[in-house]
Design a protein around this ligand. Structure first.
Ligand code: NAG
Ligand code: NAG
Ligand code: NAG
Ligand code: NAG
Ligand code: NAG
Ligand code: NAG
Length: 365
Protein backbone atom coordinates (compact mmCIF):
# COMPACT_ATOMS: atom_id res chain seq x y z
CA UNK A 1 0.00 0.00 0.00
CA UNK A 2 2.70 2.42 1.09
CA UNK A 3 4.69 1.70 -2.03
CA UNK A 4 1.60 2.20 -4.16
CA UNK A 5 1.07 5.62 -2.61
CA UNK A 6 4.74 6.38 -3.18
CA UNK A 7 4.37 5.42 -6.81
CA UNK A 8 1.28 7.59 -7.17
CA UNK A 9 3.09 10.50 -5.51
CA UNK A 10 6.12 9.98 -7.73
CA UNK A 11 3.85 9.86 -10.75
CA UNK A 12 2.31 13.20 -9.79
CA UNK A 13 5.72 14.73 -9.09
CA UNK A 14 6.79 13.51 -12.53
CA UNK A 15 3.68 15.03 -14.12
CA UNK A 16 4.16 18.36 -12.40
CA UNK A 17 7.86 18.43 -13.32
CA UNK A 18 6.91 17.58 -16.84
CA UNK A 19 4.46 20.44 -17.16
CA UNK A 20 6.67 22.90 -15.30
CA UNK A 21 7.94 25.80 -17.44
CA UNK A 22 11.49 25.05 -16.28
CA UNK A 23 11.63 21.67 -18.03
CA UNK A 24 14.70 21.16 -20.19
CA UNK A 25 14.36 22.86 -23.52
CA UNK A 26 16.43 21.92 -26.56
CA UNK A 27 18.61 24.49 -28.39
CA UNK A 28 16.41 27.28 -29.71
CA UNK A 29 16.78 28.80 -33.17
CA UNK A 30 14.10 31.47 -33.13
CA UNK A 31 13.16 34.20 -35.56
CA UNK A 32 10.84 37.17 -35.47
CA UNK A 33 8.59 37.87 -38.43
CA UNK A 34 7.32 41.46 -38.42
CA UNK A 35 4.11 42.06 -40.39
CA UNK A 36 5.12 45.64 -41.21
CA UNK A 37 7.95 44.40 -43.49
CA UNK A 38 5.37 42.79 -45.77
CA UNK A 39 7.29 39.55 -46.38
CA UNK A 40 4.84 36.71 -47.12
CA UNK A 41 4.72 34.20 -44.26
CA UNK A 42 4.60 31.36 -46.79
CA UNK A 43 8.06 32.43 -48.06
CA UNK A 44 9.77 31.88 -44.69
CA UNK A 45 12.12 28.89 -44.81
CA UNK A 46 10.79 27.58 -41.50
CA UNK A 47 12.98 24.44 -41.67
CA UNK A 48 15.83 26.70 -40.48
CA UNK A 49 14.08 27.55 -37.21
CA UNK A 50 12.69 25.80 -34.14
CA UNK A 51 10.52 28.77 -33.13
CA UNK A 52 8.93 31.57 -35.15
CA UNK A 53 7.49 34.63 -33.48
CA UNK A 54 4.72 36.61 -35.13
CA UNK A 55 5.12 40.34 -34.39
CA UNK A 56 3.16 41.99 -33.12
CA UNK A 57 -0.19 42.45 -31.43
CA UNK A 58 -0.81 45.88 -29.95
CA UNK A 59 -2.80 46.71 -26.81
CA UNK A 60 -6.12 48.53 -26.78
CA UNK A 61 -5.61 51.52 -24.46
CA UNK A 62 -9.09 51.35 -22.96
CA UNK A 63 -9.93 47.64 -22.77
CA UNK A 64 -6.30 46.42 -22.34
CA UNK A 65 -7.15 43.56 -24.66
CA UNK A 66 -4.99 42.59 -27.61
CA UNK A 67 -5.41 44.41 -30.86
CA UNK A 68 -4.19 42.71 -34.02
CA UNK A 69 -3.43 44.98 -37.00
CA UNK A 70 -6.82 44.81 -38.75
CA UNK A 71 -5.64 44.12 -42.29
CA UNK A 72 -3.39 41.33 -40.98
CA UNK A 73 -5.97 39.46 -38.94
CA UNK A 74 -6.13 36.58 -41.43
CA UNK A 75 -2.35 36.46 -41.82
CA UNK A 76 -1.91 36.21 -38.05
CA UNK A 77 -4.57 33.52 -37.71
CA UNK A 78 -3.02 31.49 -40.56
CA UNK A 79 0.59 32.07 -39.35
CA UNK A 80 1.04 28.79 -37.47
CA UNK A 81 -0.49 26.55 -40.13
CA UNK A 82 1.48 28.35 -42.85
CA UNK A 83 4.91 27.90 -41.23
CA UNK A 84 4.05 24.32 -40.19
CA UNK A 85 3.66 23.32 -43.84
CA UNK A 86 7.45 23.31 -44.35
CA UNK A 87 8.29 22.40 -40.75
CA UNK A 88 5.54 20.51 -38.88
CA UNK A 89 7.48 20.52 -35.60
CA UNK A 90 7.94 24.30 -35.44
CA UNK A 91 6.65 26.17 -32.38
CA UNK A 92 5.01 29.56 -32.85
CA UNK A 93 4.62 32.48 -30.48
CA UNK A 94 2.61 35.67 -30.73
CA UNK A 95 4.58 38.77 -29.77
CA UNK A 96 2.75 41.52 -27.90
CA UNK A 97 4.01 45.10 -27.78
CA UNK A 98 7.28 46.16 -29.37
CA UNK A 99 8.06 49.73 -30.41
CA UNK A 100 4.52 50.22 -31.76
CA UNK A 101 2.84 49.98 -28.35
CA UNK A 102 2.69 53.11 -26.25
CA UNK A 103 4.60 53.18 -22.97
CA UNK A 104 1.59 54.71 -21.17
CA UNK A 105 -0.72 51.84 -22.20
CA UNK A 106 1.66 49.13 -21.00
CA UNK A 107 2.45 50.98 -17.79
CA UNK A 108 -1.26 51.50 -16.98
CA UNK A 109 -2.04 47.84 -17.73
CA UNK A 110 0.82 46.51 -15.60
CA UNK A 111 -0.09 48.84 -12.72
CA UNK A 112 -3.72 47.84 -12.23
CA UNK A 113 -4.89 44.36 -11.29
CA UNK A 114 -8.20 44.73 -13.14
CA UNK A 115 -6.43 45.72 -16.35
CA UNK A 116 -3.81 43.01 -15.89
CA UNK A 117 -6.58 40.42 -15.66
CA UNK A 118 -8.30 41.67 -18.85
CA UNK A 119 -4.97 41.63 -20.62
CA UNK A 120 -3.89 38.19 -19.41
CA UNK A 121 -7.25 36.52 -20.05
CA UNK A 122 -7.54 38.02 -23.52
CA UNK A 123 -3.92 37.13 -24.40
CA UNK A 124 -4.50 33.47 -23.54
CA UNK A 125 -7.81 33.41 -25.40
CA UNK A 126 -6.21 35.03 -28.46
CA UNK A 127 -3.21 32.66 -28.44
CA UNK A 128 -5.56 29.66 -28.50
CA UNK A 129 -7.97 31.17 -31.01
CA UNK A 130 -5.14 32.00 -33.46
CA UNK A 131 -3.28 28.73 -32.86
CA UNK A 132 -0.09 30.05 -31.22
CA UNK A 133 1.75 27.88 -28.68
CA UNK A 134 3.06 30.77 -26.66
CA UNK A 135 3.24 34.51 -26.02
CA UNK A 136 6.21 36.89 -26.09
CA UNK A 137 5.90 40.12 -24.12
CA UNK A 138 7.87 43.04 -25.50
CA UNK A 139 7.84 46.20 -23.36
CA UNK A 140 10.81 47.94 -24.98
CA UNK A 141 9.93 51.48 -23.88
CA UNK A 142 10.21 50.64 -20.19
CA UNK A 143 13.11 52.07 -18.23
CA UNK A 144 14.96 49.71 -15.91
CA UNK A 145 15.29 52.63 -13.47
CA UNK A 146 11.54 52.82 -12.86
CA UNK A 147 10.98 50.70 -9.78
CA UNK A 148 7.18 50.86 -9.94
CA UNK A 149 7.06 49.58 -13.55
CA UNK A 150 9.62 46.90 -12.75
CA UNK A 151 7.66 45.64 -9.74
CA UNK A 152 4.43 45.70 -11.73
CA UNK A 153 6.08 43.74 -14.53
CA UNK A 154 7.14 41.12 -12.00
CA UNK A 155 3.56 40.86 -10.72
CA UNK A 156 2.24 40.63 -14.29
CA UNK A 157 4.51 37.66 -15.06
CA UNK A 158 3.47 35.96 -11.82
CA UNK A 159 -0.26 36.30 -12.57
CA UNK A 160 0.21 35.45 -16.25
CA UNK A 161 2.00 32.18 -15.49
CA UNK A 162 -0.64 31.25 -12.89
CA UNK A 163 -3.42 31.93 -15.41
CA UNK A 164 -1.65 29.80 -18.03
CA UNK A 165 -1.23 26.92 -15.58
CA UNK A 166 -4.89 27.16 -14.57
CA UNK A 167 -6.01 27.25 -18.19
CA UNK A 168 -4.45 23.85 -18.92
CA UNK A 169 -5.30 22.20 -15.62
CA UNK A 170 -8.41 20.46 -16.97
CA UNK A 171 -7.48 20.32 -20.63
CA UNK A 172 -5.41 18.16 -22.90
CA UNK A 173 -3.60 21.20 -24.26
CA UNK A 174 0.07 21.91 -23.44
CA UNK A 175 0.65 24.90 -21.21
CA UNK A 176 1.45 28.04 -23.21
CA UNK A 177 5.05 29.23 -23.41
CA UNK A 178 5.68 32.67 -21.90
CA UNK A 179 8.74 34.71 -22.91
CA UNK A 180 9.76 38.36 -22.92
CA UNK A 181 11.96 40.46 -25.17
CA UNK A 182 14.33 42.72 -23.26
CA UNK A 183 16.99 45.16 -24.28
CA UNK A 184 20.57 44.50 -23.32
CA UNK A 185 21.48 46.36 -20.16
CA UNK A 186 24.81 46.61 -18.42
CA UNK A 187 23.43 47.55 -15.04
CA UNK A 188 21.22 44.74 -13.91
CA UNK A 189 20.56 43.85 -10.34
CA UNK A 190 17.58 42.57 -8.38
CA UNK A 191 16.41 46.18 -7.94
CA UNK A 192 16.16 46.91 -11.65
CA UNK A 193 14.49 44.20 -13.73
CA UNK A 194 12.25 41.66 -11.97
CA UNK A 195 14.85 38.91 -12.39
CA UNK A 196 13.34 36.71 -9.72
CA UNK A 197 9.88 36.77 -11.31
CA UNK A 198 11.41 36.26 -14.77
CA UNK A 199 13.30 33.21 -13.52
CA UNK A 200 10.23 31.65 -11.92
CA UNK A 201 7.55 32.53 -14.46
CA UNK A 202 9.03 32.86 -17.93
CA UNK A 203 10.31 30.01 -20.06
CA UNK A 204 13.12 32.26 -21.30
CA UNK A 205 13.93 35.82 -22.39
CA UNK A 206 15.03 37.17 -25.76
CA UNK A 207 17.96 39.54 -25.15
CA UNK A 208 17.91 42.07 -27.99
CA UNK A 209 21.69 42.41 -28.19
CA UNK A 210 21.99 45.23 -30.74
CA UNK A 211 21.45 48.96 -31.34
CA UNK A 212 24.21 49.95 -28.88
CA UNK A 213 25.22 52.76 -31.25
CA UNK A 214 23.01 54.18 -33.99
CA UNK A 215 23.94 56.85 -36.58
CA UNK A 216 21.25 59.28 -35.40
CA UNK A 217 22.70 59.48 -31.91
CA UNK A 218 26.44 58.88 -32.31
CA UNK A 219 28.72 60.97 -34.51
CA UNK A 220 31.26 58.20 -34.98
CA UNK A 221 31.23 54.87 -36.79
CA UNK A 222 30.62 51.91 -34.51
CA UNK A 223 29.89 48.23 -34.14
CA UNK A 224 26.21 48.51 -33.10
CA UNK A 225 26.06 44.92 -31.91
CA UNK A 226 29.68 44.30 -30.89
CA UNK A 227 30.25 40.95 -29.23
CA UNK A 228 33.29 42.32 -27.38
CA UNK A 229 34.51 45.80 -26.53
CA UNK A 230 38.07 47.12 -26.60
CA UNK A 231 37.77 48.43 -23.06
CA UNK A 232 35.48 47.94 -20.07
CA UNK A 233 33.70 51.27 -20.41
CA UNK A 234 32.31 50.26 -23.80
CA UNK A 235 29.00 48.44 -24.47
CA UNK A 236 29.17 44.87 -25.72
CA UNK A 237 26.99 41.80 -25.91
CA UNK A 238 29.47 39.90 -23.75
CA UNK A 239 29.26 42.40 -20.88
CA UNK A 240 25.44 42.58 -21.16
CA UNK A 241 25.07 38.79 -21.00
CA UNK A 242 27.43 38.72 -18.03
CA UNK A 243 25.24 41.34 -16.31
CA UNK A 244 22.13 39.14 -16.67
CA UNK A 245 23.93 36.10 -15.33
CA UNK A 246 25.54 38.04 -12.45
CA UNK A 247 22.11 39.54 -11.74
CA UNK A 248 20.79 36.05 -10.98
CA UNK A 249 19.27 34.73 -14.21
CA UNK A 250 20.62 31.32 -15.25
CA UNK A 251 22.30 31.25 -18.68
CA UNK A 252 19.79 28.56 -19.63
CA UNK A 253 17.01 31.19 -19.56
CA UNK A 254 18.79 33.49 -22.02
CA UNK A 255 18.26 33.49 -25.78
CA UNK A 256 20.71 35.74 -27.65
CA UNK A 257 19.29 38.28 -30.11
CA UNK A 258 21.09 38.54 -33.46
CA UNK A 259 20.56 41.50 -35.81
CA UNK A 260 19.99 40.60 -39.46
CA UNK A 261 20.53 44.30 -40.19
CA UNK A 262 23.18 46.97 -39.84
CA UNK A 263 23.66 50.73 -39.87
CA UNK A 264 25.10 53.16 -42.41
CA UNK A 265 26.99 56.24 -41.28
CA UNK A 266 28.13 59.19 -43.42
CA UNK A 267 31.86 59.60 -42.85
CA UNK A 268 33.07 63.09 -41.98
CA UNK A 269 36.24 62.35 -43.95
CA UNK A 270 36.25 59.41 -46.43
CA UNK A 271 39.95 58.79 -45.66
CA UNK A 272 39.21 58.14 -42.00
CA UNK A 273 37.18 54.95 -42.18
CA UNK A 274 38.04 52.68 -39.27
CA UNK A 275 35.67 51.85 -36.41
CA UNK A 276 35.32 54.98 -34.30
CA UNK A 277 35.96 57.37 -37.21
CA UNK A 278 34.14 60.74 -37.14
CA UNK A 279 30.74 60.69 -38.86
CA UNK A 280 28.06 63.28 -39.55
CA UNK A 281 24.95 61.10 -39.20
CA UNK A 282 22.96 58.37 -40.99
CA UNK A 283 23.65 57.43 -44.61
CA UNK A 284 21.69 55.63 -47.37
CA UNK A 285 18.38 55.49 -45.43
CA UNK A 286 16.72 58.03 -43.15
CA UNK A 287 17.95 56.44 -39.92
CA UNK A 288 20.82 54.53 -41.55
CA UNK A 289 19.25 51.14 -40.83
CA UNK A 290 19.60 48.58 -43.63
CA UNK A 291 18.68 44.91 -43.82
CA UNK A 292 21.45 42.39 -44.55
CA UNK A 293 19.82 41.87 -47.95
CA UNK A 294 19.93 45.60 -48.71
CA UNK A 295 23.53 45.89 -47.53
CA UNK A 296 24.58 43.06 -49.89
CA UNK A 297 22.73 44.61 -52.81
CA UNK A 298 24.08 48.09 -52.08
CA UNK A 299 27.63 46.73 -51.75
CA UNK A 300 27.39 44.83 -55.05
CA UNK A 301 25.72 47.54 -57.11
CA UNK A 302 27.93 50.34 -55.74
CA UNK A 303 31.24 48.43 -55.75
CA UNK A 304 31.93 48.53 -52.03
CA UNK A 305 35.29 47.99 -50.35
CA UNK A 306 34.98 44.96 -48.11
CA UNK A 307 33.43 43.33 -46.23
CA UNK A 308 36.16 43.95 -43.70
CA UNK A 309 36.10 41.83 -40.57
CA UNK A 310 37.23 43.23 -37.21
CA UNK A 311 37.81 40.42 -34.72
CA UNK A 312 38.27 42.72 -31.70
CA UNK A 313 34.58 43.70 -31.84
CA UNK A 314 33.40 40.77 -34.02
CA UNK A 315 31.74 42.84 -36.74
CA UNK A 316 31.81 43.32 -40.51
CA UNK A 317 31.77 46.62 -42.36
CA UNK A 318 31.82 47.84 -45.94
CA UNK A 319 32.82 51.24 -47.32
CA UNK A 320 31.15 52.84 -50.34
CA UNK A 321 32.74 56.27 -50.88
CA UNK A 322 31.75 58.20 -47.78
CA UNK A 323 29.09 55.63 -46.71
CA UNK A 324 30.28 53.32 -43.94
CA UNK A 325 28.04 50.34 -43.08
CA UNK A 326 28.56 47.92 -40.20
CA UNK A 327 26.64 44.64 -39.90
CA UNK A 328 26.77 40.98 -38.90
CA UNK A 329 27.76 38.78 -41.83
CA UNK A 330 27.91 34.99 -42.02
CA UNK A 331 31.18 34.70 -40.02
CA UNK A 332 29.89 37.03 -37.31
CA UNK A 333 26.66 35.03 -36.95
CA UNK A 334 28.70 31.80 -36.66
CA UNK A 335 30.93 33.28 -33.96
CA UNK A 336 27.97 34.67 -31.99
CA UNK A 337 26.14 31.33 -32.16
CA UNK A 338 29.28 29.52 -30.93
CA UNK A 339 29.57 32.10 -28.17
CA UNK A 340 25.96 31.44 -27.10
CA UNK A 341 26.69 27.70 -26.96
CA UNK A 342 29.94 28.15 -25.01
CA UNK A 343 28.19 30.34 -22.43
CA UNK A 344 25.43 27.74 -21.97
CA UNK A 345 22.69 30.02 -23.31
CA UNK A 346 19.44 28.48 -24.52
CA UNK A 347 19.70 29.58 -28.16
CA UNK A 348 19.39 32.58 -30.41
CA UNK A 349 16.63 34.73 -31.90
CA UNK A 350 16.94 36.85 -35.04
CA UNK A 351 15.37 40.17 -35.96
CA UNK A 352 14.05 39.78 -38.56
CA UNK A 353 13.74 36.69 -40.76
CA UNK A 354 12.94 38.57 -43.99
CA UNK A 355 16.16 40.65 -43.70
CA UNK A 356 18.20 37.55 -44.59
CA UNK A 357 19.60 37.14 -48.10
CA UNK A 358 18.81 33.71 -49.60
CA UNK A 359 18.77 32.36 -46.02
CA UNK A 360 22.56 32.41 -45.72
CA UNK A 361 22.59 33.95 -42.21
CA UNK A 362 19.81 31.61 -41.04
CA UNK A 363 21.84 28.67 -42.33
CA UNK A 364 24.98 29.94 -40.58
CA UNK A 365 23.19 29.56 -37.22
C1 NAG B 1 15.60 26.00 -46.71
O1 NAG B 1 16.51 25.47 -45.78
C2 NAG B 1 16.90 24.15 -46.07
C3 NAG B 1 17.74 23.64 -44.91
O2 NAG B 1 18.93 24.34 -44.80
C4 NAG B 1 17.64 24.15 -47.38
O3 NAG B 1 18.01 22.81 -47.71
C5 NAG B 1 16.75 24.71 -48.49
O4 NAG B 1 17.47 24.83 -49.67
C6 NAG B 1 16.20 26.07 -48.09
N1 NAG B 1 15.20 26.49 -49.05
C7 NAG B 1 15.29 27.64 -49.71
C8 NAG B 1 14.14 27.93 -50.61
O5 NAG B 1 16.19 28.43 -49.56
C1 NAG C 1 -10.75 49.43 -27.75
O1 NAG C 1 -11.70 48.81 -26.94
C2 NAG C 1 -12.89 49.56 -26.78
C3 NAG C 1 -13.74 48.91 -25.71
O2 NAG C 1 -13.86 47.52 -25.96
C4 NAG C 1 -13.57 49.66 -28.15
O3 NAG C 1 -14.76 50.42 -28.06
C5 NAG C 1 -12.62 50.33 -29.13
O4 NAG C 1 -13.18 50.32 -30.42
C6 NAG C 1 -11.29 49.62 -29.15
N1 NAG C 1 -10.37 50.41 -29.93
C7 NAG C 1 -9.71 49.91 -30.96
C8 NAG C 1 -8.77 50.84 -31.64
O5 NAG C 1 -9.82 48.74 -31.31
C1 NAG D 1 -7.90 50.02 -11.63
O1 NAG D 1 -8.83 50.45 -12.59
C2 NAG D 1 -10.16 50.43 -12.13
C3 NAG D 1 -11.06 50.71 -13.32
O2 NAG D 1 -10.69 51.92 -13.97
C4 NAG D 1 -10.32 51.43 -11.01
O3 NAG D 1 -11.65 51.38 -10.52
C5 NAG D 1 -9.35 51.07 -9.90
O4 NAG D 1 -9.39 52.05 -8.89
C6 NAG D 1 -7.92 50.97 -10.45
N1 NAG D 1 -7.07 50.45 -9.39
C7 NAG D 1 -5.93 51.01 -9.06
C8 NAG D 1 -5.13 50.33 -8.00
O5 NAG D 1 -5.50 52.01 -9.62
C1 NAG E 1 -11.34 21.34 -13.16
O1 NAG E 1 -12.14 20.21 -12.94
C2 NAG E 1 -12.60 20.11 -11.62
C3 NAG E 1 -13.32 18.78 -11.45
O2 NAG E 1 -14.14 18.51 -12.57
C4 NAG E 1 -13.50 21.32 -11.30
O3 NAG E 1 -13.98 21.24 -9.98
C5 NAG E 1 -12.70 22.59 -11.49
O4 NAG E 1 -13.52 23.72 -11.35
C6 NAG E 1 -12.09 22.62 -12.87
N1 NAG E 1 -11.17 23.75 -12.96
C7 NAG E 1 -11.11 24.58 -13.99
C8 NAG E 1 -10.08 25.66 -13.93
O5 NAG E 1 -11.84 24.49 -14.95
C1 NAG F 1 39.37 46.78 -34.74
O1 NAG F 1 39.16 48.16 -34.89
C2 NAG F 1 39.77 48.96 -33.89
C3 NAG F 1 39.38 50.40 -34.15
O2 NAG F 1 39.79 50.80 -35.42
C4 NAG F 1 41.29 48.76 -33.91
O3 NAG F 1 41.87 49.51 -32.85
C5 NAG F 1 41.58 47.29 -33.72
O4 NAG F 1 42.99 47.08 -33.85
C6 NAG F 1 40.87 46.48 -34.78
N1 NAG F 1 41.08 45.07 -34.50
C7 NAG F 1 41.71 44.26 -35.33
C8 NAG F 1 41.91 42.85 -34.90
O5 NAG F 1 42.12 44.65 -36.42
C1 NAG G 1 19.82 47.47 -55.20
O1 NAG G 1 20.51 48.68 -55.04
C2 NAG G 1 20.29 49.64 -56.06
C3 NAG G 1 21.12 50.88 -55.78
O2 NAG G 1 22.30 50.61 -55.16
C4 NAG G 1 18.83 50.02 -56.09
O3 NAG G 1 18.58 50.91 -57.16
C5 NAG G 1 17.98 48.76 -56.25
O4 NAG G 1 16.62 49.11 -56.11
C6 NAG G 1 18.32 47.74 -55.17
N1 NAG G 1 17.60 46.52 -55.41
C7 NAG G 1 17.00 45.87 -54.43
C8 NAG G 1 16.30 44.59 -54.80
O5 NAG G 1 17.00 46.27 -53.26
Amino acid sequence: MASRIAIIILFHVFLSLNSHPAKAQAWIKAGYWYYYNGFPVSNINSTLYTHLICAAADLNSSSYQLSIPSSYDRVFSAFTNTVKRKNPSITTLLSIGGWDTKYSTLSAMAGNSTYRKSFIDDSIKTARLYGFQGLDFSWLSVSTGDKMDMDNMGTLFEEWRAAMALETRNSSLSELILTAAVQLSLTLDSGSLPIDSIRRNLNWIHVLAYDYYVPEGFKFTAASAALYALDDSDVSTDSGIAAWINGGLPASKLVLGLPFFGYAWKLANPNENSIGAPATGPAVTEAGDMSYKEINNYSKTQGAVGPIYNSSYVVNYVIVGSDWISFDGVDVVRIKVSYAKEKGLLGYVVWEVSYDDNWVLSQAG
